[in-house]
Design a binder for this molecule. Structure first.
Ligand code: ZN
Ligand code: ZN
Length: 360
């Protein structure tokens, strides 16, 4: 195992910069916020650590990119920031996220709540979920995995047309796998940063996707016409487990982070690290390192303490407080689905330690 370790000086410059204006801006932050952010370069910090590399196929080794420090982020004229009148993150669910409508609705609410805490201060709204057929996108069965895949670029075109006036961005999410073009095997997601739209799939994060008893295999694709999307009607989707929820939250916030102009992090172990495969995605933490956190804070304007509190509250909060009414003749049972947050336990302890620094 290799470690990407930077000197105290390098990390300090990446965080605070040498630009006198930005140094001044940093010094004007609440001293407790500075104390937490300074953990980035404090030797022996138990809150933030270096990036570890485990295999040659890890992202940093296989995709060399220029690092982005705070100053580069701040002075990037092309990045998008929420502006007055455009402060809403819209989530468009495509197809169901679970095997019943009620599970799907709960799952969406969990993701919405998580994004509201993560991008604290911005509004997150759910667009009315739509079936795959509503997008009119192309789809196919993957030759090797035999799962259904929808065309990512066509979904982006669809989302661009639907983008509300007050949107900072619109992100499509789906449990159906994606492909970017015929010659490609699959893609986890695709985004247009200038347009503020993205589409991300959680299909490959389900427990069974890579196993031989994966139920989403389609033997043969029979379509009566080009408008026949019936194969999606009872398509088997992964179970809404705690691990799937954690992976979905991670992917969604990482990808929305890109829409804010945050590039892949090469400073410390961080949510914004690139990832090339599932094991590497699982290894990266749920939250941002101080350098990326300062970037997001400067774009959104939240107080770190408020954001941490909101994240803890999301983990602790029950799934829903409104009693669900099941329509008559529904084949769905009345289920109360508690939010599966077991996988977030360790992270909650970590945020609580960050909160302690922010409240000292
Ligand atoms: Zn990325
Ligand atoms: Zn980072």
């Amino acid at each position: 195992m290799q470690t990407v370790r930077h000197s105290e000086h390098t990390l300090k410059t990446a965080l605070i910069s040498k630009n006198p204006e930005l140094v001044k801006q940093y010094e004007q932050l609440d001293p407790r916020e500075q104390r937490l952010l300074n953990e980035a370069f404090r030797p022996g910090s138990d809150l933030f650590g270096p990036i570890t590399l485990h295999s040659p196929s890890d992202w940093i080794i296989s995709h060399p990119e220029a690092p982005q420090d705070f100053e580069e982020f701040f002075s990037d004229l092309h990045r998008k920031s929420p502006s007055s009148g455009k402060q809403t993150i819209y989530i468009q669910c495509i197809g169901l996220l679970g095997n019943t409508r009620s599970i799907s609705e709960e799952y969406l609410k969990w993701l919405k709540g998580y994004c509201e805490a993560f991008f604290y201060g911005l509004t997150v709204k759910l667009l009315e979920p739509i079936p795959v057929s509503a997008t009119r996108c192309s789809f196919r069965v993957n030759d090797s995995t035999r799962n259904l895949q929808i065309h990512a670029g066509q979904i982006l075109t669809f989302l661009k047309k639907k983008k509300p006036e007050d949107a900072f961005c619109v992100v499509g999410i789906t449990m159906i796998d994606l492909y970017p073009r015929d010659s490609w095997n699959f893609v986890f997601g695709q985004a247009s940063l200038t347009e503020g739209v993205g589409i991300f799939s959680f299909a490959r994060y389900g427990a069974d996707f890579h196993s031989s008893h994966f139920k989403g295999q389609v033997k043969q694709l029979e379509r009566k016409s080009s408008s026949d999307y019936s194969v999606f009607d009872d398509y088997d989707l992964p179970e809404a487990t705690s691990v799937l929820l954690l992976r979905s939250c991670k992917t969604l916030t990482h990808e929305i982070g890109h829409i804010f102009g945050l590039r892949h992090c090469q400073w410390l172990a961080c949510l914004m690290q690139g990832s090339n495969h599932l094991e590497e995605a699982d290894r990266r933490p749920l939250d941002l390192c101080p350098i990326c956190l300062r970037k997001l804070q400067s774009a959104v304007g939240f107080r770190l303490r408020d954001r941490c509190k909101a994240l803890v509250k999301w983990i602790d909060a029950e799934s829903t407080d409104t009693p669900r009414v099941t329509p008559k003749h529904s084949r769905e049972e009345l289920v109360t689905l508690p939010k599966p947050v077991e996988a977030f336990k360790e992270w909650k302890e970590w945020i609580t330690r960050c909160l302690a620094v922010l409240q000292k």
